[in-house]
Design a protein around this ligand. Structure first.
Ligand SMILES: *Cc1c(COP(=O)(O)O)cnc(C)c1O
Length: 409
């Protein structure tokens, strides 16, 4: 419980302006942190595989993995060993010097994507900022980028402007110009929005933050065709859907399409901050020394984790992710409850949309009380992003907890 001046008699301070909390108040009430997150009142202090442990050593099933970050679970022995080894050698060196581990991870990403060149940064929003800069530099006088409504690309000014959710812009205007938002999944809307000032189209292959929205089957292919026809770039934001989450290295590979730029972060280093922007050679060519950079980008510890993750994510692992994802999805579908409207997604990126009137946040809170951690998006979608290492036992226990919670809602 958070103590307030009212619950702590005699401790009320005397701020000059009674409506303003002071520094002393914040220290006393444990609110030194900016209150920009609606945090659950649970604190985790330890993680092991698919489980998290709170301050009372209570064990939780982690069906969120950070938010699609810790794909290989917590405290993974191989990733841990790689980071520990690096920790004992070198923590940081500037990007003014050669880095063999960065080059190695870049090669793995180049091989997996079929693209040519990689820039490392520290987060998803930065990976997208880089993609936006690459597209503009490549596009020369063409400066516009078409993005999708409901899309999410990050919180910094460029990627926030690309983000097709006006509610997230409130209070932060003016937005960066150069983004045209069109309905997701609608190729005709892209065609209608296009003119000769457009340099690129940027979308998530599966929209994550807006509720695990899978576009129509031919959408990504139609985008590819359209981009080829007009010689513009196709950028896939794979920050959430990439790194094996859907059972392919990149979600867009399900459709057999190729991107010109791919952005990655979340799952790439299993929890150590790392982002990447992968691009075609002729885009890489315009990004000469001095055009872009990052002090921390490609940090040795993060790259060590990234190299371990990329090695673990072999074809066998990808098929396992897809198979276990299907088992989880089928288990939820077969519940046959009148409270669920739709179950959708791919691999281990799953959304459960409830019928109107059932609050996903309420379900998530009740699941947390049953020791299960899940995410939500919007009012009615429960978001499941479990680690790749879950087993049928964890699926069964999740489903039991969900049935239990739904019966009480
Ligand atoms: C989370 C997310 C981002 C932003 O990543 P950060 O690391 O939080 O900056 C961008 N795009 C997509 C698709 C995401 O899911």
């Amino acid at each position: 419980m958070i103590m307030t001046a009212e619950t702590e008699p005699g401790l009320s301070s005397q701020p000059a302006n009674m409506n303003q909390t002071t520094n002393a108040d914040n220290l006393m009430h444990g609110k030194a942190l900016l209150q920009n997150y609606a945090r659950y009142e649970v604190e985790f202090v330890k993680g092991e595989g698919a489980y998290l442990y709170d301050t009372n050593d209570k064990k939780y099933y982690d069906f969120l993995s950070g938010i699609a970050v810790t794909g290989f679970g917590h405290n993974h022995p191989v990733i841990k060993a790689a980071v520990e080894e690096q920790l004992n050698k070198l923590w940081h060196v500037s990007n003014l010097f050669e880095s063999t581990p960065q080059e190695e991870l870049a090669k793995k990403l180049v091989r997996s994507s079929g693209l040519d060149s990689v820039f490392f940064c520290n987060s998803g929003t930065e990976a997208n900022e880089a993609a936006i800069k690459f597209a503009r530099k490549w596009g020369k006088e063409r400066t516009q980028i078409i993005t999708a409504s409901g899309g999410f690309h990050g919180r910094t000014m460029g990627s926030l402007s690309a983000t097709g959710q006006p509610k997230l812009w409130e209070g932060f205007q003016p937005m960066t110009p150069g983004f045209i938002h069109v309905p997701f999944g609608d190729i005709e809307a892209v065609k209608a929005a296009y003119d000769q000032n457009v340099a690129a189209i940027m979308v998530e292959p599966v929209q994550g933050e807006s509720g695990i929205v899978v576009p129509p089957a031919d959408y990504l292919n139609s985008l590819r065709e359209f981009c080829d026809e007009h010689n513009i770039l196709l950028i896939f934001d794979e920050v959430q859907s990439g790194m094996g989450r859907t059972g392919k290295f990149f979600a867009h590979q399900w459709d057999g399409v190729k991107a010109d730029i791919i952005t990655l972060a979340k799952g790439i280093a299993n929890g150590i901050p790392l982002g990447a922007t992968i691009c075609r050679y002729d885009i890489a060519e315009v990004m000469v020394p001095g055009t872009h950079g990052s002090t921390f980008g490609g940090n040795p510890l993060a790259i060590a984790a990234g190299n371990a993750v990329a090695d673990l994510l072999n074809e066998n692992m990808l098929s396992e992710i897809y198979a276990i994802g299907n088992k989880l999805m089928n288990a939820i579908v077969s519940l046959n409850t009148d409270k669920i409207k739709e179950v959708r997604g791919k691999g281990l990126m799953i959304g459960i949309e409830f019928k109107e009137g059932i609050s996903a946040k309420k379900v998530a809170s009740k699941l947390l009380a049953e020791n299960v951690i899940v995410g939500t998006s919007g009012d009615t979608v429960l978001r499941l992003l479990p680690p790749f290492i879950i087993t049928e036992k964890e699926i069964l226990n999740f489903v039991l907890a969900l049935v239990n919670v739904l019966s009480r809602i």
